[in-house]
Write a protein that binds this ligand. Sequence first.
Ligand code: CMC
Length: 444
Amino acid sequence: MTDAKRTATLNIEGKELELPIYSPSAGPDVLDITKLYAQGKVFTYDPGFTSTASCDSTITFIDGGEGKLQYRGYSIEDLAEKSHYLEVCYLLLYGDLPSKEQQTEFEDRITGHTLLHDQMQHLFRGFRRDAHPMSIMCGVVGALSAFYHDSTDITDINQRELASIRMIAKIPTIAAHAYKYSIGQPFVCPRNDLDYASNFLRMCFAVPTEKYEVNPVLAKAMDRIFTLHADHEQNASTSTVRLAGSSGANPFACIAAGIACLWGPAHGGANEAALQMLHEIGTVDRIPEFVARAKDKNDPFRLMGFGHRVYKNFDPRAKVMKESADEVLELLGIEDNETLKVAKELERIALEDEYFIEKKLYPNVDFYSGIILSAMGFPTSMFTPVFALSRTVGWISQWKEMITDPKLKIGRPRQLYTGAVDRVYTDVENRLPTEKYLKFNGGS
Ligand code: CMC
């Protein structure tokens, strides 16, 4: 961050406060309000953090108006076309693209850590068979801190490094095991002669009784899905990882917190919700009914896979993902599928509809990723785990950046309190029944 060369003046009932203005290397200027409470005795109010920069960062830049996404200054389009996921991981973690030697060494380090501690098998088996793979991932990733004690000391740079490598290496194994467990098939061990994406596909789809050949087009599409989801600056799950980490929690616990946040349908859960919605719509003739519901202010229904907090023009990831979707569907010869017809028609209608144009609601990355993953053979419940796998490098890079930031403080937002104050406690015998108590017949 550069030193403030300009200030903004805030007048609070006649008292003037000078707020420093910082200029980033790209993006809007920011007002420094850190001394606002001390000097002005007021808080700022910004539910959903729509106007709040929570940290300095050098990792990812988004220009929502222009539909721009860059990792460490490189455009997502270039990286998706010319790079591959593990190179992108190196870039996000260390700031620059690796030399040939560095790339080989980094990839060897990752492949050397893909196995899980053998005792972790018991942990998987403790879950119900019908558990959602995301619930298994939350639990198992959190539990890594119980298995890898030598990488939980956040004050030790070597331990932080080891934790980062372990997270990136083990997360595909964890996601694939969660899937295998849910369908009652034996776990497939990682194979270190395969690239990252091929290895994941094999761990998900191979069975011990048959030979499994990884299809290179599917492996390329998988790698692209990983690359496009690798980081996305201070989104909800990344901010969750940072907030958890700001207390000094170990990295595995922080990533588990990020996975929990990602699960929600407004965030990473949208790819699962989008495909479920396409199935619910079922046939092209029912689309107008759902579009009308999405526009109805009294109906909470939203078109899943449409809209974005930051991208108000188009989602650059969606453009690349659409190309991949076309390639994969052509390869697999499933262009004629009913769900796909619904998806294509919905995309067309929404892009031409006044409501969606006016509100700048475009198909986002999750609209297309669900279509590809489904074509590859993943059930909808695995869509968000694939997103979590891809985003792990982003979370760990942002966590590492935060830990070494000299300005690090525990995250502690304030509030606009609107509740009761100074009530007098009465004994239970003298109280009337409260209307707010919700009676329900819950499960066991
Ligand atoms: N369908 C119908 N209307 C919508 C939609 C939608 N998908 N998204 C936003 N709107 C409307 C919303 O009702 C509101 O209307 P009004 O101004 O009349 O009240 C207006 O557009 C602005 O919506 P908002 O909720 O204030 O916008 P936001 O920036 O807070 O929300 C969002 C962004 C992604 C949560 C939202 O667009 C949404 O719920 N989309 C569906 C879920 C989805 O696809 N999420 C994946 C995001 S991409 C993956 C990721 O990065 O996590």
